[in-house]
Design a protein around this ligand. Structure first.
Ligand code: SME
Length: 151
């Protein structure tokens, strides 16, 4: 994966005159296209009132998990702990919400605004243990670049 190219293209998407959903859709599409082990890329947005994660823009197979309570699954745990979670083998953890049998691993990165959790990037992979610190660094950098969309 070409991190420099991805970050440059993400800057261009952010600086284009699109609304938040369209920006997130373009970012999801770019990541899925550029990184071979990203098979599903989406954003869950935190709804404070219902304390629920609501699926926003995504690229990949449709999922029935459009609403996830805080604490549930990998996504819900990241919302609670505000820390990136890498799951190299989804069959090894209990608190996991399966979307598709093809998914073997997952990385979820929080988007934080003024110390508050506002959204997250969720990526599913069909590869076994594909994630390295490069994925974490790339996605955390992107999360920082997207923070201002949630003001
Ligand atoms: N696997 C996630 C649920 C969301 S799907 O991956 C799209 C979880 O355990 O939270």
């Amino acid at each position: 994966m070409n991190i420099e190219k991805i970050l440059k293209e993400i800057s261009e998407i952010i600086n284009s005159n699109q609304n938040r959903n369209d920006i997130l859709q373009s970012v999801a599409k770019l990541l899925k296209t550029e990184v071979a082990h990203y098979n599903w890329v989406g954003f869950y947005i935190f709804d404070k009132q219902s304390q629920t994660l609501i699926l926003g823009s995504y690229v990949g197979k449709a999922t029935e998990h459009t609403h996830i309570p805080i604490g549930k699954g990998v996504c819900g745990q990241v919302a609670q702990n505000k820390q990136t979670m890498i799951v190299q083998d989804v069959s090894a953890i209990d608190n996991y919400i399966a979307c598709s049998l093809d998914v073997l691993s997952e990385i979820v990165v929080p988007i934080i605004l003024n110390n508050e959790f506002v959204a997250e990037i969720d990526i599913d992979s069909h590869a076994q243990a594909p994630f390295t610190s490069a994925d974490k660094e790339l996605l955390e950098q992107i999360a920082l670049m997207l923070t201002h969309l949630f003001v």
